[in-house]
Design a binder for this molecule. Structure first.
Ligand code: GDP
Ligand code: MG
Length: 827
């Protein structure tokens, strides 16, 4: 056979046929390698990969191993076919009809023992192979040829197997047949009364990336049980076409052949290759092993690297043999070993178990959506019982809301105690240290700048740790996947999947890893859309602001207010998604299975490690960006220190000081008292004026007109500006700005702030409506720099980052404005 690999540089040949696995053939033909097409060899250096070709005006490079699967003929030979050859696909179709050779299909039957393979095989072939209710002992395949609609179909009945993990000679035999014989279609016969177990094999076929048709056998039995399977939906989400069969009555065998031909001809609407999602960690490992495989110069794309990667992670000896032909095989094995150890250390479970669990999770998810069990039948195990409750029509959603509410209540109420201790500690320490240092700029920098700023944020460490405790609990128990499940219907309304909800919930922790977690979404437009709405999921850095403001202004109902904020974030993201879906992302989504992994009781160790690592991150942020921001904010709020009014106040103070001294000789208490009150007042005015006159004050006054309509003063404006660096800095900035009084906590300061000028003079700045508007603004406006960078990185475009900044800020302003106007009627 003359193949493309053998053609020298500078020669032109004509494609005759493409060999190999059907998905490979499809990919290659999409590149333009269709029978009758002319290919020019641009560069073919012996032993050098890849080879460059020119076809249909495009340059394409192929690996040698791939080129070896493309059969070609010389132009001279092609010219001999001239009467039939006109260089288009039409030639292809004519050829198919004339040449029986071209219309042969290889079909393989696989399935669990006793699923009815042989019965169907006999129906199709008219043979009388032994049908028996026991597992076969002979490792053998029965073969037959039949003609159907111009096709010659080779059918192979393979031994029954429960899986393709080589636990037995049967399983190895089936696997080798699939890998070496490349059947065009695999007919997976399943006992439809026992789908959970039967579909396990199917998941492995999916991983192998072979075209599968599911023969849902024993339809009669299923009907007797009263169960119902929605095959349309099933095919839609799994990408596998289905056919109902009754092996004993010949029912469905004709449709099976029809489907097989449809799949080969690529006309089945559902047939597509999907990836079973094995979870973040496993997917990362799979990807790393795949990358190693791709490094091989002689890797043939016709074998699924994902399948091999999975198998190597399962430590499968035969796969090691299968890939021994790769020129970098030792490297690949090393990577796989490394990943296996990594997974085991991280998740405390053998990768085999993790993979098996994920497969059953996939099956459970697929069936949960499609299989209706008859009412009298009870769930088979605890997992299903729990699922019935947690994902139930009437129970699932309320439970989810309840658990969110509990989460935020606990975050606020439980966290309050340790937070108060830290608060007291910080105030005490600031006071003590303050006494040791002489009054002056250094004193102020340390007490107001550093203790005020960093201390103000440090207080919230316990709250953050508790929040992460709940999030890690949700992830580790498997509840997160159920949440995705119950959210699916709602998410469909906004054109997304329940699966997108997991990154969204992770966004409650921190938006940055949540944006990275969208990598598990295969559909690019889904992914972009999810990335763009994640910033509205209120991250834990925003929590300190909520706790501070809600705790100060709504002491009784702070937990509920915070819960409401989180919900509002969800609502905003939903509205945004609908808006974007209607305008930019109109592409239709591809349906897929949502896995329902088994429930696990999380280990104390992993939960504590999770919390500790978050605490560490938080403390690092304190010592880094928040410390620097506090110092800068302090500096900007401290200087410059003179102007006319300030000098005047200072003079007044000196005078009063003198007067008090004079009066003290006469010991006239009332006079001294009134002088001291005056002194306090002027001091207060002085501090106000100094802040007002500072660089920060000028900046604040510059932005103030923009936020005035919402009721924000310049200090809030400045804190919002600095919050762009990181949301905690909103708090640290307020901490610096309100730090005049050493033994007053930030919360008390917030409660007591009043307007000093204008028509609102004397009124509280943090009224309930303004506070709510402030909270809503913090929730919605520009995410922090890290998130913007993550959006830019994951979408690959500045466009989306800029979009997010403008959209979020505009929206924040509008909603905060509305809240400030409506809230007075309610609070
Ligand atoms: P194999 O092990 O997968 O080859 O399964 P067989 O074809 O040997 O069938 C196993 C048993 O299931 C036999 O007793 C068949 O008669 C029975 N069987 C096969 N298909 C059906 C079906 O659709 N309905 C019912 N009720 N029984 C079936
Ligand atoms: Mg059999």
């Amino acid at each position: 056979m003359l193949t493309l690999r053998d053609i020298d540089t500078g020669k032109m040949v004509v494609v005759k046929a493409v060999h190999g696995r059907s998905s490979f053939r499809q990919r290659i033909s999409e590149m333009g390698f269709i029978k009758g097409r002319e290919v020019f060899v641009m560069k073919n250096a012996p032993f050098r990969d890849p080879i460059e070709y020119r076809i249909m005006g495009y340059n394409i490079s192929l690996r040698r191993s791939e080129a070896a699967l493309i059969e070609v003929m010389t132009r001279q030979d092609a010219a001999d076919f001239e009467d039939r050859y006109n260089g288009t696909l039409i030639f292809d179709k004519k050829e198919k009809k004339k040449n029986q050779q071209q219309t042969e299909i290889k079909v393989a039957f696989v399935g669990n023992p006793n699923s009815g393979k042989t019965s169907i095989f006999n129906c199709l072939t008219g043979k009388h192979e032994h049908v028996g209710n026991y597992s076969g002992v002979t490792v053998d395949a029965k073969k037959a040829k039949i003609k159907y609609n111009n096709y010659l179909i080779h059918i192979t009945d393979l031994p029954g197997t429960y899986s393709l993990s080589p636990n037995s000679p049967d399983e190895l035999f089936v696997r080798d047949h699939l890998l070496k014989e490349h059947p065009d279609v695999v007919i997976n016969v399943v006992d439809s009364t026992n789908l959970e177990r039967n579909l396990y094999l199917t998941t492995q076929l999916i991983d192998m990336d072979v075209p599968v048709i599911l023969a849902l056998n024993m339809q009669d039995e299923l009907e007797k049980q009263g169960d119902k399977l929605d095959t349309q939906q099933f095919s839609k989400i799994t990408g596998i076409p289905t056919v109902w069969t009754i092996g004993t009555k010949k029912k469905g065998s004709d449709q099976l052949l029809k489907k097989a031909i449809e799949v080969v001809e690529n006309t089945d609407p559902h047939q597509r290759h999907i990836h079973i999602n094995y979870g973040t960690e496993l997917e990362q490992s799979i990807n790393n092993v795949q990358k190693a495989i791709w490094q091989a110069k002689n890797y043939i794309r016709e074998f699924s690297s994902r399948y091999f990667a999975l198998r190597l992670l399962e430590n499968d000896e035969h796969t090691k043999e299968n890939i021994s032909y790769l020129d970098n095989c030792p490297d690949v094995l090393l990577v796989a070993e490394h990943e296996r150890l990594r997974l085991e250390k991280l998740l405390h479970e053998r990768p085999q178990t993790l993979i098996t669990d994920a497969r059953y999770g996939f099956i459970r998810g697929a069936l949960h959506e499609t299989l209706k069990r008859s009412a009298h039948k009870k769930e088979r195990n605890i997992t299903e019982k729990i699922d019935r409750f947690l994902t139930g029509k009437y129970t699932g959603f309320p439970f989810f809301l309840l658990s969110l509410w509990i989460m935020f209540q606990a975050t606020f109420k439980l966290g309050q105690y340790p937070a108060d201790w830290i608060d007291t500690g910080v105030v005490w320490l600031a006071g003590t240290v303050g006494k040791l240092i002489q009054p002056g700029p250094v004193h102020d920098l340390i007490v107001d700048g550093i203790f005020g700023g960093v201390g103000g944020v440090l207080v919230f460490l316990p709250n953050i740790v508790i929040l992460f405790f709940f999030i890690s609990l949700m992830e580790d128990t498997g509840y997160m996947s159920r949440v995705a499940f119950i959210m699916d219907k709602l998410m469909h309304l906004i054109g997304l999947h329940g699966k997108s909800f997991i990154p969204l919930i992770m966004g409650f922790g921190c938006n940055v890893p949540a944006i990275m977690a969208t990598r598990t979404l295969e559909n690019r437009s889904d992914r972009l859309l999810t990335i763009l709405i994640i910033p509205f999921m209120s991250c834990s850095a925003r929590l300190p602001v909520y706790i501070l403001i809600a705790g100060a202004i709504f002491p009784q109902t702070a937990g509920t207010v915070i819960f409401g904020l989180y919900l509002s974030g969800i609502v905003v993201s939903i509205i945004t998604a609908i808006f974007l879906k209607k305008t930019i992302f109109r592409a239709k989504e591809a349906p897929f299975v949502m896995e329902l992994p088994p429930y696990r009781i999380p280990t104390m160790k992993s939960t504590i490690r999770h919390m500790w690592s978050k605490a560490k991150e938080y403390l690092k942020k304190m010592g880094g960006i928040i410390l620097w921001a506090s110092i800068i904010v302090w500096f900007l709020s401290y200087f410059p220190r003179t102007n006319e009014t300030i000098d005047q106040h200072n003079k007044q103070l000196v005078q009063i000081e003198k007067q008090i001294e004079n009066e003290s000789t006469t010991i006239n208490k009332t006079v001294i008292d009134s002088l001291e009150t005056l002194q306090w007042q002027i001091n207060h005015q002085l501090a106000e004026e100094q802040q007002h006159n500072s660089y920060l004050g000028r900046l604040g006054r510059f932005v103030e007109p923009a936020i005035r309509p919402i009721g924000f003063d310049w200090k809030i404006g400045v804190s919002l500006l600095s919050g762009i660096i990181a949301k905690e800095i909103v708090v640290s900035t307020l901490g610096v700005l309100y730090s005049g009084n050493d033994d007053q906590s930030l919360r008390e300061a917030i409660q007591q702030q009043t307007y000093s000028k204008g028509k609102l003079s004397g009124q509280k700045i943090y009224s309930k409506p303004t506070s709510l508007a402030f909270l809503v603004f913090v929730l919605i406006y520009v995410p922090c720099i890290a998130v913007i960078a993550a959006i830019r990185k994951e979408t690959g475009k500045w466009k989306w980052a800029l979009f997010n900044i403008t959209y979020a800020t505009t929206l924040a302003w509008i909603i905060a404005f509305i809240v400030s106007k409506i809230a007075p009627f309610f609070v």
